[in-house]
Design a protein around this ligand. Structure first.
Ligand SMILES: [Zn+2]
Length: 185
């Protein structure tokens, strides 16, 4: 682990994009104030000019048409966060394969982009998941770094955020302020 006082500009991966079901208790709390799409737009507003990547949950794409259009209009990179936002690491090879081949196809067809990465829900993995990803020519990306790691001065190429978490957005805002004002380091 490289510790540095210099803040590089890591790519920011937004998890849970277009998720509509299997919401966690934290997500349910978040949608009391506004919809997940509104949270997403708020995050994207903050992340203007940053390198971002979207980890998309395929189940929501047919319903979240405005969200899909927003992603297309802004030419954002999408990757796969699963068919459903569930603990896939509990499944066997066959079920994981069926879910991922479906999710990959739906996301590729929706956005006309090649999907090369799987970002597992809840960052939980199992050996079968690695096998499936290899067979589907996807990289299993397990980026555990969060914005608070950036605030600790740890240089990483990629961090994930929950765009619906005000805490994560506040941390990102602080990271961006420090990037713009190196004298604060
Ligand atoms: Zn997630």
């Amino acid at each position: 682990m490289k510790i540095s006082k210099k803040y590089m500009k890591p790519r920011i991966v937004l998890h849970d994009v277009c998720q509509t079901v299997f919401l966690s208790s934290s997500q349910i709390k978040a949608i009391n104030s506004m919809s997940l799409f509104d949270w997403f737009k708020k995050a994207m507003n903050l992340l203007d000019n940053q390198k971002v990547k979207l980890a998309v949950v395929a189940e929501g794409l047919s319903q979240e048409t405005k969200w899909v259009q927003f992603i297309k209009d802004n030419k954002l990179e999408v990757q796969c966060h699963g068919m459903w936002h569930i603990e896939m690491h509990k499944f066997d090879y066959k079920r994981i394969y069926e879910d991922l081949v479906l999710a990959k196809g739906i996301i590729e067809n929706t956005f006309d982009q090649k999907i090369t990465e799987f970002h597992p829900p809840k960052l939980k993995v199992c050996p079968a998941m690695y096998e499936v990803c290899k067979d589907l020519q996807m990289n299993l990306v397990l980026a555990r770094w969060r914005p608070d790691h950036l605030l600790q001065g740890i240089n990483v190429p990629e961090v994930y955020i929950h765009y619906w978490s005000q805490r994560h957005l506040n941390q990102i805002r602080e990271v961006l302020i420090r990037q713009q004002s190196p004298e604060k380091l």
